[in-house]
Design a protein around this ligand. Structure first.
Ligand code: FAD
Ligand code: SF4
Length: 471
């Protein structure tokens, strides 16, 4: 241990980990932030004021014991910090990397009043990465096995969060995913520059050692029926995500040269990882002029992937202003540094064609009007302000809607009017669906959201399942 300093936050300012140099960031699929060193993480964690009623913990969707593990790292008790961190979070090293901390834990830090929030996310990432590298593993030696087995559909953050709680209660989780690797969007959506692929590959080994069983390349409803799961397991959890891309509803959006964001990102991941796919599935933007439409996390991941594919020019066009972008501020700044051009207050009205191929997108300028039903100010087009942005490739990143499968109805799983599965948190058995044996959580229940909220719902649903199974 070391002597801690109550006024560390005055002597030591907030410092984020160093970033890799721009030339390598623009060409390589590697995380752009270097890991904290031991000295850096101890110095930064020591800035925590240990507030009596920590706002950061309340703002964190999984309610991590943040000041407690910051204190443990400050004192050099790394394994204890990792143990504590895993009591509330299934994937702490992932959340440390991809949570929009400025809107969550760090946004609530008392030190935001002029001193700079504690670098909570980077400390959380350091704790688990370093502890795992040093051989620490979650301790399940006290677990008493039961004879219960639960089928989990989807190995994304919701499914994994659910499996984590079940396995620690002695219930066997068997996790099915149609993809060849676990992680859901952590593996097939979020690119390497935010989250390197070996993080989830390492997790697969750890989770397997903990007693989770993965059945990959297996789609429920095609390779195995829901009926079979309902027959063979004591309960079923669905964490299948949202995979219907929202349309632009303007002319030309089906032209060759116009792509959906997730097709582009998944094609790139499969290409980088060497997984089998149809040759057309890899969309290569080398030398292309690219316009990405949208302003969320998905749009940011597309523009930055386009840069790494050596596109000639990359524009992000968004219909609101920068203040009202839904994506993480940090990633917008990173995209800008990497050479992406941002055009705000631009709404697409049409994809223009040249002999049948997309050759640009016509946009119209907008100003922000009064708030719409979602509480966000609506962009209103300014007549006469149309302009064509020339482009060889246009990527549409307008978000996702639920994708309820036809077999939901037969399984007695009800969806609401926008297609989300009905499974409320606050009922006798949390996150139970209209079929008492089936629970659900994550994006397919709440709509596209965040990794950390999906983990939380998966974990809460597991508590509901344990109550239901009377374990
Ligand atoms: P998913 O992660 O979608 O996992 C669902 C899994 O279910 C998939 O693996 C799928 O293959 C499987 N599945 C579906 N149907 C079947 C079936 N019938 N049989 C078998 N398996 C099935 N969030 C953040 O917090 N930070 C970010 O930086 C961030 N960036 C993002 C970038 C992109 C490009 C996208 C698209 C999303 C991003 N998100 C981010 C959101 C986040 O990834 C999701 O909210 C989260 O992954 C949802 O978790 P989930 O478990 O509900 O679903
Ligand atoms: Fe912050 Fe996300 Fe970690 Fe919670 S899980 S402490 S919100 S980075």
């Amino acid at each position: 241990g070391r002597v801690t300093n109550n006024f560390q936050f005055i002597d030591v300012g907030r410092a984020d980990p160093d970033k890799k140099n721009l030339p390598s960031r623009k060409t390589e699929y590697v995380e752009i932030y270097d890991p904290f060193t031991k000295a850096q993480v101890e110095d930064q964690s020591d800035r925590c004021l240990e507030c009596g009623n920590p706002y950061c913990e309340w703002k964190c969707p999984v309610h991590n014991f943040i000041p407690n593990w910051l204190k443990l790292v400050t004192d050099g008790n790394l394994f204890e910090a990792a143990e504590l961190s895993h009591q509330t979070n299934t994937l702490p090293e992932v959340c440390g990397r991809v949570c929009p901390q400025d809107r969550l834990c760090e946004g609530a830090c008392t030190l935001n009043d002029g001193f700079g929030a504690v670098t909570i996310g980077s400390a959380e990432k350091y704790i688990t990465d370093t502890a795992l590298a040093m051989g620490w593993r979650p301790d399940l030696s006290d677990v008493v096995p039961t004879d219960k087995r639960v089928a989990i559909i989807g190995a994304g953050p919701a499914g994994l969060g659910c499996a984590d709680i079940l396995v620690r209660a002695g219930v066997k989780p068997v996790i099915f995913d149609r993809y060849p690797e676990i992680g859901g969007l952590l593996t097939f959506g979020i690119p390497e520059f935010k989250l390197e692929k070996q993080v989830m590959m390492r997790r697969r080994e750890i989770f397997t050692d903990m007693g989770m069983e993965f059945r990959l390349n297996t789609e429920i409803g095609r390779d195995i029926s829901m009926d079979t799961l309902l027959e063979e397991y004591d309960a079923v959890f669905m964490g299948m995500g949202t995979y219907t891309p929202m349309k632009g509803n303007f002319p030309g959006e089906n032209l060759p040269g116009v792509h959906k964001a997730l097709d582009f990102l998944i094609g790139n991941v499969n290409h980088n990882l060497g997984f089998e796919q149809h040759p057309d599935a890899y969309i290569n933007l080398k030398g292309k002029r690219v316009v990405v439409l949208g302003g969320g996390d998905t749009a940011m991941d597309c523009v930055r992937t386009a840069v790494r594919q050596q596109a000639e020019h990359v524009i992000c066009a968004y219909r609101r202003d920068e203040e009202n972008m839904p994506g993480s501020r940090k990633e917008v700044a990173n995209a800008r540094e990497e050479g992406v051009e941002f055009l705000f207050n631009r709404q697409p009205v049409e994809v223009v064609e040249y002999f049948g191929d997309a050759c640009g997108v016509k946009t119209i300028e907008t100003r922000l009007g009064p708030p719409g039903p979602d509480g966000r100010r609506r962009p209103e087009p300014i007549p006469g302000s149309e302009e064509v942005l020339e482009a060889d490739t246009i990527i549409m990143a307008f978000g996702f809607q639920p994708s309820p499968a036809p077999w939901f109805e037969d399984a007695g799983v009800r969806v609401n009017d926008w297609g989300g599965v009905e499974a409320a948190e606050h009922q006798k058995f949390g996150f139970q669906t209209s079929n008492p044996k089936v629970f659900a959580g994550g994006d397919m229940v709440r709509g596209s959201d965040l990794v950390v909220t999906a983990i939380w719902e998966g974990r809460q649903a597991a508590e509901g399942i344990l109550d239901y199974l009377e374990v």
